[in-house]
Write a protein that binds this ligand. Structure first.
Ligand code: GDP
Length: 195
């Protein structure tokens, strides 16, 4: 898709009323620092529209980016900051849960996991929680450029096994440096318009 316009339309905090959008939504979830902002920027063809490298403890929000007046990218708060206290973690969790339960337009959830590492307990919880809420997340294995090409398949298998993914779960490798995987992700997004 050619991205002509991008607009950060709605920013929701813990107590915000979530928007009732009339266009499809695509959500992005993942641990902080996994490369979520970099992926969103790459898909939008923007250098730094979505924030990168948010500082731990900074205000977290759900950000709705209107793309071409056609669909929304929904940037969920990154999880897994070691320094954030339990109370704040629970508030973020509730905000994300409220969104997953409430949105009628959510069509795809991308769950981002660093291709280099075994998924963490937080990654497994997030995967289970998304499935529990009735969605089949697409896994994006980020930072593809950080491993040797010959290791790719092994690492993709390691991730699927690590989160105990349901058979048939789609996993796509992506690099924000080389943009490898970008077209495949867009192809997948575009399928929601023909279904
Ligand atoms: P977020 O916290 O999930 O939004 O992660 P960011 O997009 O801010 O990325 C965290 C760090 O990882 C930054 O220093 C990025 O430059 C780096 N990064 C993100 N994606 C990639 C990638 O595909 N390859 C490499 N080499 N670095 C990446």
């Amino acid at each position: 898709m050619h991205v002509k316009s991008v607009n950060l339309e709605t920013v929701c905090g813990i107590t915000s009323v979530l928007p009732e959008n009339d266009k499809f939504e695509i959500a992005f979830a993942g641990k902080s620092n996994v490369g979520k902002s970099s992926l969103i920027n790459a898909l939008m063809n923007r250098k730094s529209y979505a924030r990168t490298s948010q500082q731990p403890g900074k205000t977290q929000t759900i950000n709705f980016y209107n793309i071409n007046d056609l669909l929304y990218f929904v940037d969920l708060p990154g999880y897994g900051y070691a320094k954030v206290n339990q109370e704040i973690k629970e508030k973020w969790g509730k905000l994300i849960e409220r969104y997953l339960k409430k949105s009628n337009q959510l069509k795809i959830i991308f769950l981002l996991i660093d291709i280099r590492h075994e998924p963490s307990a937080n990654d497994r919880n997030m995967y289970d929680w998304i499935v529990y809420n009735g969605y089949n997340p697409i896994i994006i294995a980020t930072k593809l450029d950080k491993i040797n090409r010959s290791q790719k398949d092994k690492h993709l298998k390691m991730i699927l096994k690590g989160i105990n993914a349901k058979p048939g779960t789609t996993i796509l490798p992506f690099s924000a440096l080389s943009k490898q995987g970008r077209d495949e992700i867009w192809d997948l997004i575009e399928t929601i318009f023909v279904d």
